[in-house]
Design a protein around this ligand. Structure first.
Ligand code: PA5
Length: 471
């Protein structure tokens, strides 16, 4: 398993950046935050009620990958992961499309996994080219009338379950079980599915609806009423945006035929580095330390995650939510921003190069493409003058763009750091998810902000419900 590497050399700048010494000096503080994170996990495991300033304490995500894997190795088919794999196999054999309904942490991780690890045109491929893996769509993450109806049109177009291509299923994810956006969409898709199933049918709603939810709540009750064959739990002590490596992300990934054991093993690998490596050589502590120092010392309150792959846009958006909901509290917290490059060099690039000096740019660089490099090649129509670059490949051009933009930032004394992913696969992604979740928690502990919970989200919900009831 190749490790991902965090290389922050581009932040070591005089006056506008920080020094390596400053990062090392922060070492004891970062190590204390790491110890606190471990102590939190112990307290949570022991079931101790959290202190008021640590409530909620959703530390359960930290060793979740180890726990899931240990259970799987011991109990195989009887374990939670064994059940996830069996349900994924069943769905793959039965249906051609799946809609995953959920919002925030209940879908962003699954979307990030799909986009990073599947064929970029997965849903457009024939069933054969997809290896019989279902097409996967996401909804229930908005109340956008036309968007939901567009997807309902697509799912309703075959009209019957007679043909394999016409068969579809729903995975509905809500930890609380009561989130309005997801619940409204679920009702629409459930009604459509019900009307599509002609009796007598070998398939029932209970076979084709797979809920992932908490131990109690409206979705749990609905799942019981529908007699759902498989119901999965969002584990206790794991908050929505920290749940990507629970059934919330694992079931959609397994349905897509991805290797979920490798996802978890990648996260375990990151946990080991986090616990054992010293500052200066620890991706979690170094990332948290660099981000913190740049914000505190240089006012870098905008954190640009500059992903150099289209397949990582959803991963960037997953991180946007993680940082924003975890540390955006008490009138504090940096602003996360995902840029997809080179695309956004032609939109945001100008501002990043010459705008307000309030940004730390973290490049996420994929070192090895999945496919053979595409060469520019010779052409008889050389009006574009590309024959001069005929032997260059797309990865060569990407590398030049990364080096060129980093040099331009450095020449103007703008800080950058690089996060190198050896390739885009499950192991790499598992490491990256765990690294950023741990770094967010460490930074929260370092600055005295509880990274868990999202009390601010309640205000809009209460107003929205009051308005709906009064009109
Ligand atoms: O991080 C979080 O906890 C939130 O973003 C939730 O995931 C989101 O609000 C959805 O909540 P639920 O899963 O209860 O529907």
């Amino acid at each position: 398993m190749d490790p991902i590497e965090y290389r922050p050399e581009g932040v070591f700048l005089e006056k506008t950046g920080i020094s390596r010494e400053a990062l090392l000096q922060l070492g004891p503080g970062l190590e204390a935050a790491r110890s606190e994170t471990q102590a939190d996990l112990k307290a949570w495991t022991a079931g101790h009620p959290p202190a008021p300033d640590k409530d909620p304490l959703d530390a359960g995500f930290i060793n979740l990958p180890e726990r899931i894997l240990a259970d799987y190795r011991k109990r195989r088919g009887q374990s939670e992961l064994g059940r996830v794999l069996a349900t994924a196999d069943r769905l793959r054999e039965t249906v051609d499309r799946i809609v995953v309904l959920g919002i925030g942490g209940s879908y962003m991780g699954a979307r990030a996994i799909m986009d990073a690890c599947c064929h970029p045109m997965h849903n457009e491929l024939s069933r054969g080219d997809r290896g019989s893996r279902p097409r996967v769509y996401f909804d229930g993450n908005n109340v956008d009338n036309d968007a939901t109806q567009g997807l309902l049109d697509l799912f309703g177009q075959n009209g019957s379950f007679e043909q394999p291509e016409g068969r579809w299923a729903i995975i509905v994810v809500s930890k609380s079980g009561g989130t309005l956006e997801t619940a409204v969409a679920f009702r629409q898709f459930l009604n459509l599915l019900n009307s599509t199933l002609k009796s007598p049918s070998p398939h029932t709603l209970g076979d084709l609806v797979v809920p992932i939810t908490g131990a109690h709540g409206k979705l749990h009750d609905l799942a019981q009423a529908l007699q759902c064959r498989d119901i999965f739990r969002v584990p206790d002590g794991v908050g929505g945006r920290f749940s990507v490596l629970s059934t919330v992300g694992l079931l959609p990934a397994a349905v897509l035929g991805l290797n979920v054991v490798r996802l978890l093993e990648g996260a375990v690998m990151m946990n080991e580095r986090f616990q054992n490596a010293a500052v200066g050589n620890n991706p979690v502590l170094d990332f948290a330390g660099v981000c913190h120092l740049l914000e505190k010392e240089r006012g870098a309150s905008t954190r640009v995650l500059s992903v150099w792959s289209k397949s990582l846009e959803a991963f960037g958006l997953w991180y946007d939510q993680l940082l924003a909901e975890s540390l955006g509290k008490s009138e504090r917290g940096a602003l996360p921003l995902t840029a997809v490059n080179t695309r956004d060099l032609h939109s945001r690039g100008q501002q990043h190069q010459e705008g307000v000096r309030d940004k730390l740019i973290t490049n996420v660089i994929v070192d090895k493409c999945r496919r053979d490099p595409l060469q520019v090649g010779q052409s008889q129509w050389n009006q574009d003058q590309l024959n001069a670059l005929a032997d260059k490949t797309m990865p060569d051009i990407m590398r030049a763009a990364i080096q060129g933009s980093n040099k331009a930032y450095r020449d103007d004394k703008r800080p950058t750091a690089d996060l190198h992913l050896p390739c885009l696969d499950e192991t790499t992604l598992g490491q990256a998810f765990q690294m950023l979740m741990l770094a967010t928690v460490v930074e929260g502990r370092l600055i005295g902000i509880n990274p868990y919970g999202q009390p601010g989200v309640e205000a809009y919900k209460q107003n929205m419900h009051a308005i709906l009831q009064s009109t």
